[in-house]
Design a protein around this ligand. Structure first.
Ligand code: ADP
Ligand code: MG
Ligand code: ZN
Length: 473
């Protein structure tokens, strides 16, 4: 593939995290019982009138600023006319002639990717195909605000595409603009791909691929489509300009429809909405609402907290985890210990329980309390883990939990000696192995004693007492 270079341009849809929909007061939250979050406006009743959601515009403005896109002082909404069962009005309100912002750029792996424009629009509903061949319509998503980012065809590989989408996801998540979840469809990318002929310096015909909802799928789709086009060119045929649907299971794309031209949509200005005037006040507000982004946070964690770049990257996994870390570091005055507990315990719990930090019950206050108990030796490491896990999953009063479950560290050497005697009696095999020089067996015996102590004994004291006892036997 030396003669041909892959050329990719993206159209990225981002669902904006607003309370209500783009043009009505219905909830814009993901999910819900089908068709319970609808009204005459988003269900397309004749005569119902739309109203622009100011918060959606603000979030669009923040996005435009982050991507260095020039905000139009006055933009406008247009109607894009087409029939489809998930589109009850038979038109989508979008911005075609005068989008929210023009231009912009993002630095991806040291290369500039140019943005063509960002515009606001509304999402369509969702179709559900039943096993017995019927199709059901759910309009909960119809009218959810979207920002569409159109890039120039500046990408040269799937790697660049996924790197760009990762940067974009961090931006929208850290800005609080969107959940940025590809698997829930709040970040979706359509891939336009053509092969550029470097010998004759001519652009090829591009196809558009839809339905790509993970980085892995994007990778496979780019690879397969580039091969398909190369094969067509090698056979002396021409690539057809069309929209193709990517099939995740078959790992192949299929022609969906010929590419419709702009004229097919009969775009015209939306008569029910005034032009969208962006005031200085709104621009100021967007500036004020701007939040610290992931790369800035990482830099601050290394520069101010003295953490490694690795720690900084791990701790900024999501804004809530980063927020918890910062609050804990300020509370304890110990960034390194705070980083360590977040990395080893919180991120593990996040993964194991599937509960995101934002929905967990843990707070920096609780974590600090647990860390202090551990520091003063009132609880063991094992109990610390247990407490963090419990507090992560439900509202817990720590001192009460310790009292009810008898989790204070056992300082009583006699009690520990009694357990050791029991273990020595119950495990004659391992004991004689140890005595004949197999030192590794000590860990096993220690574990047995800890089990009897239910994790409440200090491992170092148990070890010392165990060695003492074994030495005497
Ligand atoms: P249309 O109006 O047909 O949708 P646009 O000019 O709006 O076309 O471009 C849509 C997308 O196609 C953009 O993301 C753009 O970067 C991409 N694109 C344009 N030309 C090419 C090309 N030769 N190869 C790959 N992608 C392209
Ligand atoms: Mg287009
Ligand atoms: Zn509605």
């Amino acid at each position: 593939m030396s003669r041909y270079e892959i050329m990719i341009g993206l159209e990225v849809h981002i669902e904006l995290k607003t309370r209500t929909k783009m043009f009505c007061g219905c909830s814009a939250a993901f999910g819900g019982e089908p068709n319970t979050r609808i009204c005459p406006v988003c269900a397309g009743y004749p005569g119902a009138l739309p109203m622009v959601n100011r918060d959606a515009v603000m979030k669009g403005l923040i996005l435009a600023k982050e991507l260095h896109s020039r905000i139009s002082p006055s933009s406008r909404f247009d109607r894009k006319n087409y029939f489809y069962p998930d589109n009850p009005k038979s038109y989508q309100i979008t911005q075609y002639y005068r989008p929210l912002s023009l231009g912009g750029e993002v630095l991806v792996k040291g290369r500039k990717i140019r943005i063509h424009e960002i515009h606001l629009e509304e999402d369509a509903g969702k179709l559900f195909h039943t096993p017995d061949g019927r199709t059901l319509v759910n309009l909960n998503r119809a009218g959810v605000p979207l920002a569409e980012i159109v890039t120039e065809p500046d990408f040269r590989s799937a790697d660049e595409v996924t790197a760009f989408l990762e940067i974009l996801r961090d931006i929208v998540v850290y800005s609080g603009i969107s959940d940025g979840k590809m698997q829930e469809g709040s970040l979706r990318a359509d891939v336009n791909l053509s092969l550029y002929d470097t010998e004759n310096q001519t652009a090829g015909t591009r196809t558009e691929m839809k339905n790509l909802n993970s980085f892995t799928e994007i990778r496979h789709a780019v690879e397969s489509e580039a091969k398909r086009q190369a094969r067509i060119i090698a056979e002396g045929k021409t690539v057809t300009r069309e929209t193709r649907r990517w099939d995740e299971d078959l790992r192949d794309s299929f022609s969906m429809r010929g590419k419709e031209e702009a004229a097919d949509y009969r775009y015209f200005p939306e008569p029910d909405l005034y032009p969208l005037r962006i005031t200085d006040e709104m621009l100021r507000e967007a500036e004020e609402q701007r939040r610290e982004l992931r790369p800035e946070k990482e830099k601050r964690y290394t520069d101010v907290f003295g953490l490694s770049l690795y720690d900084a990257e791990v701790l900024t996994d999501d804004p809530e985890t980063a927020g918890l870390f910062e609050a804990l570091a300020f509370r304890t005055g110990d960034p390194k210990a705070s980083a360590s507990v977040i990395e080893t315990e919180i991120l593990r719990l996040k993964k194991e329980t599937g509960i995101p930090v934002s929905a967990s019950r843990i707070t920096d206050e609780k974590l600090a309390e647990i860390l202090a108990l551990r520091k003063t030796g009132r609880i063991t490491g094992a109990v610390m883990k247990e407490l963090i896990s419990v507090c992560y999953q439900k509202e817990t009063e720590i001192s009460e939990y310790i009292r009810i479950n008898g989790l204070q560290t056992i300082q009583d050497d006699d009690a520990i000696r009694a357990w050791i005697s029991e273990v020595i009696r119950e495990q004659p095999g391992p004991v004689s192995e140890f005595l004949s020089g197999k030192e590794k067996v000590l860990m096993f015996l220690l574990g047995q004693v800890m089990k009897k102590a239910r994790g409440r004994a200090d491992a170092d004291s148990v070890r010392a007492l165990l060695l003492e006892k074994l030495g005497n036997s």
